[in-house]
Design a protein around this ligand. Structure first.
Ligand code: FAD
Length: 426
């Protein structure tokens, strides 16, 4: 591992490699089992909040003139019946239950960057590659129960896969799993009991003194990786690779005006986007130089006294040029002992295309993941602040609250303890 890190240091040009003694390791990771511990390797990596990363890309795009439409589903790619060239895309507004608003956009080029769903719009299937949706799930634990001061990567005792325990928004997260997601992609993914047991085993064998049980879990979440595979079936007994052995590289398919992309990592998002745009070059189209920074810098503001240094650092990265506006949107007190400011909540409600309460609680802020019971106890206060900003009436708020709590119960809490009743589906 030290050899690998030497190479990593050389490539990055910013040496960060360290060799930690067992005593140093215990200081960084209190509670880590010292059984057979000979030391640890330290290195520097990047950390992000994936939802804020996406929002910031959208905000920069809008500032450059893009039109971003939330909950607008691309239903089908339209083609000329003779030449098969792309002529447009059929859009359906799914933001309301009625789903009555449809639009056709005429265009000779469609870029299909729909992750694990990319196969649904990609009409011709190149027989050698396809998308293999692989689920990864996480457990959110109170920091006080599992205090790690840096991300810790360990090998899972069962299958020697690298797993992580990392500090996240004032909590500690354990993750992830890596398994075939065989459920329908039209439903929100959720952790299952085997994954819960697998993740709890990390703490029971590597942090035995913490004695973490499922009662400690504040919330869970799962995501689906759009991994591109060459395996013809998902039947592992017939020679299909194990999920964690699948390549994570991205693949781009080009088909007469439809460019589809899947795979890759968040770390390579800009590179992937540039490759896709180069494939789709249209007359008069110019790619911005990749020497320019991805994001505009935050303004040079004085840190308000009420905000800690660490939280200020997070806010600068989260909001960049919008930081001053965020700070003006509300109070700088934090919501329920989390890092999130009431001002962030108010700004997100007003400016980030929130359609449902779960957008606000789970993806614009992470309150639903870091507060007990999805933040149910704070919903009256959140209602007071956000209902007028969102322009919702009482009926809408109540409908949204019921929808959010049901979603939280079914996909962001512990999996059901008892097997489904005979005849039940889902
Ligand atoms: C558990 C887990 C852990 C990960 N860890 C890391 C990590 O540590 N480092 C790292 O770099 N990467 C990591 N990744 C990978 C990273 O999250 C993915 O590579 C990245 O999200 C892929 O981005 P994407 O835009 O291609 O797809 P997605 O993020 O899946 O986005 C696709 C979007 O398209 C939308 N969509 C789908 N169908 C349609 C349609 N018909 N019309 C309109 N919109 C549609 C979806 O709603 C979705 O918002 C992880 C992924 C998971 C699941």
């Amino acid at each position: 591992f030290q050899l690998l890190l030497r190479l990593y240091d050389r490539l990055s040009g910013q040496p960060s490699r360290q060799r930690l003694s067992p005593a140093d390791t215990s200081q960084w990771v209190p509670g880590l089992s010292t059984n057979h511990l000979t030391g640890a390797s330290g290195f520097t990596d990047a950390v992000t909040d994936d939802a804020r990363l996406v929002q910031r890309v959208l905000e920069e795009a809008e500032a450059d003139g893009a039109v971003c439409l939330n909950y607008m589903k691309a239903q089908a790619v339209l083609r000329n019946s003779e030449t098969n060239a792309v002529t447009g895309v059929h859009l359906l507004d799914t933001s309301t239950e009625a789903q009555t608003l449809e639009r056709i956009v005429n265009t000779p080029l469609v870029i299909n960057a729909t992750g694990a769903w990319a196969g649904q719009l990609k009409q011709t299937d190149s027989s050698d590659t396809r998308i293999r949706p692989l689920r990864g799930s996480h457990l959110v634990i109170p920091y006080s129960r599992l205090p790690v001061s840096c991300s810790v990567s360990l090998f899972h005792p069962e299958d020697r896969r690298p797993v992580f325990a990392f500090p996240w928004q004032g909590t500690t997260v354990l993750g992830t799993t890596d398994l075939d997601h065989t459920e329908s992609l039209s439903h929100e993914p959720a952790i299952n009991r085997e994954e819960l047991d697998y993740l709890l085993k990390i703490s029971s064998s590597l942090f035995p003194s913490s004695a973490i049980t499922e009662r400690d879990v504040i919330a869970t979440w799962a995501g689906v990786r759009p991994v591109v595979t060459q395996s013809p079936t998902l039947n592992q007994s017939k020679g299909t690779r194990k999920p964690s052995k699948e390549n994570r590289e991205h693949v781009i398919w080009s088909d007469n005006g439809l460019i589809s992309v899947a795979g890759g990592k968040l770390t390579t998002f800009r590179l992937i986007a540039r490759e896709v745009l180069e494939r789709g070059q249209m007359p008069g189209f110019h790619l911005r130089s990749d020497a320019l920074p991805v994001f505009a810098s935050p303004p040079d503001l004085q840190r308000p006294d009420a905000i800690s240094h660490q939280n200020w650092h997070r806010l600068q990265g989260f909001y960049g040029p919008a930081l001053a506006e965020v700070l003006r949107a509300g109070t700088h007190e934090t919501v329920g002992g989390t890092d999130t400011l009431w001002a962030e909540l108010a700004w997100a409600a007003a400016n980030t295309g929130v359609i449902h309460l779960d957008d606000l609680m789970l993806r614009r802020t992470r309150l639903g993941l870091v507060l007990p019971k999805g933040g149910k106890g704070l919903l009256p206060d959140i209602r007071c602040l956000c209902k007028p900003i969102l322009g919702w009436d009482d009926t809408t708020w109540e409908r949204e609250e019921a929808r959010y709590l049901e979603l939280w119960r079914s996909c962001y809490s512990l999996p059901a303890t008892f097997p489904a009743k005979p005849g039940a589906t889902g």
